[in-house]
Design a protein around this ligand. Sequence first.
Ligand code: ATP
Length: 501
Amino acid sequence: MVVDKSSEASPLCCALPMYSPKYSSYATEEDSNDLNHTTKHKRTNALLTNSASAHDLRCVEKQDSNSPRGALEACLTRCSISSTSSSLDDPPPNREAIENADAEAVSKNHKAHYNWRKFFKHWKRKSMKRLSSFPPLGGAPVISRRSKNADQRIDVLNVHDIYDFQSSLHSFSISDLDIATDNFSPENIIGRGGYAEVYQGILPEGKLIAVKRLTKGTPDEQTAEFLSEIGIIAHLDHPNTAKFIGCCIDGGMHLVFWLSPLGSLGSLLHGPSKDKLTWDRRYKVALGTADGLMYLHEGCQRRIIHRDIKADNILLTEDFQPQICDFGLAKWLPKQLTHHNVSKFEGTFGYFAPEYFMHGIVDEKTDVFAFGVLLLELITGHPALDESQQSLVLWAKPLLDKKDIEQLVDPSLGDEYNIEELRRLTSTASLCIEQSSLLRPRMSQVVELLLGQEDVDMSLREAKRTMLQRTYSEGLLDSIEYNSTKYLGDLDHIREVALAS
Ligand SMILES: Nc1ncnc2c1ncn2[C@@H]1O[C@H](COP(=O)(O)OP(=O)(O)OP(=O)(O)O)[C@@H](O)[C@H]1O
């Protein structure tokens, strides 16, 4: 096997060629109800093939270095090069079993299984309490070729290397978590998502935790979700991102976070405790979420696109500091790429940017669009899609265009809001939900807009004016021409296809 020297060596730092198939059909929809509640979450998967088997996921994502899991797998594939001298005692994959199948695909599949089994087994064996699991993004260990002699022994990144990084992450045993959650008692369930059940728990020293136990899908799908999420969150360190403290791979896949005592913004905004969300707190949530998203897009070593920004994925600390959570769909975007094309259609209805459901395009601006919808939710108190599937964006847009902003304010706030802050929130929301991604601000501009930096607002509006002039003189630009009616039509079409399958 040849080591690909063109790619970086860190399991979390690979920059392999991008795989960008076009999606062709929409297949499944899962409803999930957040126990904290009320917002109806819908996740759709548009699949290249007609089933979402783990094999499909692996085949698609294995080549996708922008997925943290893909990058981790690429690293571990390299680890397998030295597996003959490994001290691990797993048997190699059974070659006979794959003879009658598509040899290449199945053998890749086996290798991935083998690598992950080996990794997890080794992880458990270390029986370490301190989990020094993943190297920091900047400190990529180097893959080196020790010899090119006949036996092709190559000294590559070893599983041990992955451990030799200091980290404050904790490796929990299943009994730790059983004790903390009272044997995963249903009474301790605080949230349910498309892939997981989340339990609250308490550590012996009295600290409160949230244990995300991956429950849906096949073991391979759970592994995929686990690795995708862990590949991102293990590197995050910002006041406005969820606080990941460790994991457990006994008896299933578990991610452990500090508990956010108020649960999700969605559960509060659309639940019985809505009155806690005063205007000041809403404004704080808007600013903090914008800061967290700016950190993901512009402050991390690699651009991270969250892909599922929504009220249910914003947790709240006891002082209403927002924390972005659920990085199961997140993608890295290498510097040299303007955007990423996804092959699977995933996310949440009501928050999709037009270019995402038209062309599968994912970049920072798709998150910006979703953030705009979130701002509208904060202002209006309406969900992104209501029970009759009405889109908040389409309801709010005419009012935003007419600057009839007071009509937008959540009636439960009465007159208890700051008109200047309302202006900032509505004008920012209006820019974020522009049909054309080019006209949407970057998150750093969003933060400035929310803080009242007029010049950003002016420059964005000037950009829009220029673009419109060009549009009329040079023929209509698709993105501008893509109007609300078409947006609604496409949204309906996608919904119909998803529900029909
Ligand atoms: N650290 C935490 N503290 C408090 N509540 C939490 C925490 N993490 C998750 N939750 C609750 O659990 C819910 C589901 O969590 P999460 O979104 O991570 O699961 P998921 O299965 O990945 O969801 P999705 O279907 O959006 O992908 C959240 O909306 C929130 O209500």
